[in-house]
Design a protein around this ligand. Structure first.
Ligand SMILES: Cc1cc2nc3c(=O)[nH]c(=O)nc-3n(C[C@H](O)[C@H](O)[C@H](O)COP(=O)(O)O)c2cc1C
Length: 165
């Protein structure tokens, strides 16, 4: 590899991202979820969103098998949810208040917005998958600011006041 992985992470870490938890119900009926910073809007017609799960993710295969998932956009007081859903072991839903969308997918209490999707396509991209989801339902839940991840740290947005003319 020509590019040093540590350098790659450090330099790409200069690009800030929001933080989402992708939730789903497995074929066995268990709630599951994973934290992602790679969520993005992709297409309006048809309405598509995307994210990149690591091929080593243990949560993604069970989401892929049911073909339905919900994107929960985290607020800036939900760092603890980001950390909880980035764990590999343990019950990620323990003490996590949630309800279910009309499509039966977990909506995390306090999330800024949620987006229910059906699986549209999965592409292999290096050591990650590119997952495209077709949006079937969505809503805004709150007015708080989003959680931001930047240079390996959690950050809040500071609004820039428009310059006076
Ligand atoms: C801020 C943040 C962003 C993350 N973004 C991603 C991501 O986009 N894709 C991914 O595969 N893992 C990402 N992770 C790591 C996963 O959350 C974590 O490896 C995964 O949930 C491990 O559990 P799993 O094996 O159950 O999937 C991120 C973690 C954090 C803290």
């Amino acid at each position: 590899m020509l590019i040093d992985p540590k350098r790659f992470r450090t330099i790409l870490g200069h690009y800030p991202t929001g933080v989402c938890v992708i939730t789903a119900i497995t074929a066995e009926g268990e709630a599951t979820g994973m934290t992602v910073g790679t969520f993005t809007s992709v297409s309006l017609d048809p309405p598509l969103i995307g994210f990149f799960p690591d091929k080593k993710s243990t949560s993604w295969p069970s989401m892929a098998s049911t073909g339905r998932f919900c994107v929960n956009i985290l607020a800036d007081d939900q760092e603890w949810l980001c950390r909880k859903f980035a764990m590999r072991e343990g019950d990620k839903f323990a003490e996590v208040i949630h309800r279910f969308s009309e499509n039966g997918l977990p909506i995390l209490d306090g999330a800024l917005a949620w987006i229910d999707c059906t699986l549209h396509a999965v592409h292999e991209t290096g050591d990650h998958f590119l997952v495209l989801g077709e949006v079937v339902a969505m809503a805004v839940e709150g007015t708080a600011s989003p959680l931001i991840f930047h240079q390996g740290k959690f950050t809040q947005i500071t609004r820039i006041e428009p310059a006076s003319a």
